[in-house]
Design a protein around this ligand. Structure first.
Ligand code: PLP
Length: 463
């Protein structure tokens, strides 16, 4: 049985089994096996405990998903009750379940605009694949089957299925497991601090958005189906788009009759201080994918919210849509997601992020870190932030070998019982939305300590 008592041999026994049989996602398995995976055993609020009894502050809410924190009774009880009542039934052909129907209604109650029609899947990647098929199917139904091209951005993350990898813009992923899907185009990302072209932030935002219009005109607007983007690029390092960027992207999409899809897998469910990142950034998408915070990560579940324009075509003209998953709208996952959304509403979590803890977190991060010799730039909103580690902050020079400093920093965090992710040399944070002010202070102080240690290591190693 799992225990947090120090000295129990759980750690080594799990590590041995893990090394023999478990292929980890996004992991250098050989390197992990040499050092042994840390065995996580318990969680409460914003804290985790490992099998050695260490108490760890989770600055990432798991993988950007445990928005209500660990150990929430409401979510656990919802799963238990539903498991006892009806652990599984599907939504194919002629049946539905109360949890699936009610969850669709709950999601529609918080989505912006007319995004009132909900298709369920299990992961962000599946939601993105669903989005891609739905968009192309829509244009065929509208008598424009040549509209197949999807445009996304460099360094975008849209999951790791063939569809998600093809749509995403991550070079290391494109080097493995291809060939990928045709008819997908990438334009530059709106990364002002890293690539600003010597322009002001606002000017650069317009230039990065203009890349969309240029590409559409190169390809022919009659062939372009949709632009898909994360409101804030998350897994790519928390890249905040300059003000005005999304308004320009939206203007261009409308001008050429191109659908706009927001991948809200990270930004959704309160992370940015609105229910969805689209609301924070003033985007009115035709479709949205969502996952992670939908169930606070307690169960795998994802969804695509579809606006009236696309939904009415699918419903009125489409007949059967040959797409779906055995577990689309799984009743236990749906019951947990309902409890999650209702708890968020009752506890006014979105308001808490927007008006209280989000601004406090952003302010404390800057107070404690902005002058640190390693910190080039801090960006973020609500409870998501990215911090660029640089070699020379005055001259804005990055480290010669991208990723080495980030990895050192991530390792110092891990050793000091803080979970913070590195994306190249950008350190990212996305704590549970229920984090308190005292816990934000603790988080920022721990980050500071780890940045000091990183600076020392970086200097010792001559990076
Ligand atoms: N889309 C975005 C924007 C994401 O951030 C992620 C995961 O981080 C995904 C899709 C893929 O989600 P999943 O890992 O659940 O397949």
């Amino acid at each position: 049985p799992a225990t947090t008592e120090p000295g129990h041999n759980l750690t080594t026994s799990v590590q041995q089994i893990d090394a023999r049989h478990h292929l980890h996602p996004f992991t250098d398995t050989a390197a992990l096996n040499r050092r042994g995976a840390r065995v996580m055993v318990r969680g409460e609020g914003v804290y985790l405990w490992d099998s050695e009894g260490n108490k760890i502050l989770d600055g990432m809410a798991g993988l950007w998903c445990v928005n209500l924190g660990y150990g929430r009774r409401e979510l656990i009880d919802a799963a238990k009750t539903q498991l006892e009542e009806l652990p599984y039934y599907n939504n194919f052909f002629q049946t539905t379940t109360a949890p699936a129907a009610v969850l669709a209604q709950e999601i529609a109650s918080v989505t912006p605009g007319d995004l009132n029609h909900i298709f369920f899947a299990n992961s962000g990647s599946e939601a993105v694949d669903t989005l891609m098929r739905m968009i192309r199917h829509y244009w065929t139904l509208e008598g424009q089957p040549q509209k197949t091209l999807l445009i996304s951005r460099d360094n975008a993350y849209h999951g790791s299925t063939i569809g998600g990898t093809s749509l995403g813009g991550m070079t290391p992923m494109h080097r493995q497991g291809g060939p990928f899907l045709p008819d997908i185009e990438h334009i530059r990302q709106p990364y002002w601090y890293g690539e600003g072209d010597g322009l002001s932030e606002a000017e650069f935002g317009l230039k990065a958005a203009a890349a969309l219009e240029e590409r559409i005109l190169q390809l022919g607007p009659e062939r372009v189906a949709a632009f898909v983007g994360e409101p804030i690029q998350g897994a790519g390092g928390v890249i905040m788009p300059p003000a005005g960027y999304w308004q320009e992207i939206q203007r261009i999409c409308r001008k050429y009759d191109i659908l706009l899809a927001a991948d809200e897998v990270i930004c959704g469910f309160g992370r940015t201080g609105s229910w969805f990142g689209s609301q924070t950034l003033g985007i009115e998408p035709d479709l949205m994918s969502m996952a992670k915070g939908l169930s606070s990560g307690y169960m795998p579940i994802s969804a695509v919210a579809v606006g009236d324009r696309v939904a009415s075509s699918l419903i009125e003209k489409g007949g059967e849509f040959y797409h779906g998953f055995t577990y689309s709208g799984h009743p236990v996952a749906a019951a947990v997601a309902i409890a999650n959304i209702r708890t968020m509403k009752q506890e006014k979590i979105v308001e808490y992020v927007a008006d209280d803890i989000g601004p406090y977190f952003q302010q404390r991060l800057r107070q404690i870190l902005a002058e640190h010799p390693l910190v080039g730039h801090i960006e973020g909103i609500g409870l998501i932030a990215g911090i660029a580690l640089v070699k020379d902050r005055a001259r804005r020079t990055f480290f010669a070998e991208t990723g080495a400093a980030g990895q050192i920093c991530r390792d110092h965090c891990f050793e000091n019982n803080l979970i913070m992710r590195a994306v190249g040399d950008r350190m990212v944070l996305s704590p549970p939305l229920i984090i308190s002010r005292d816990e934000v202070d603790e988080l920022c102080q721990k980050v500071r300590t780890c940045f000091d240690l990183t600076l020392k290591s970086v200097r010792e190693q001559g990076l």
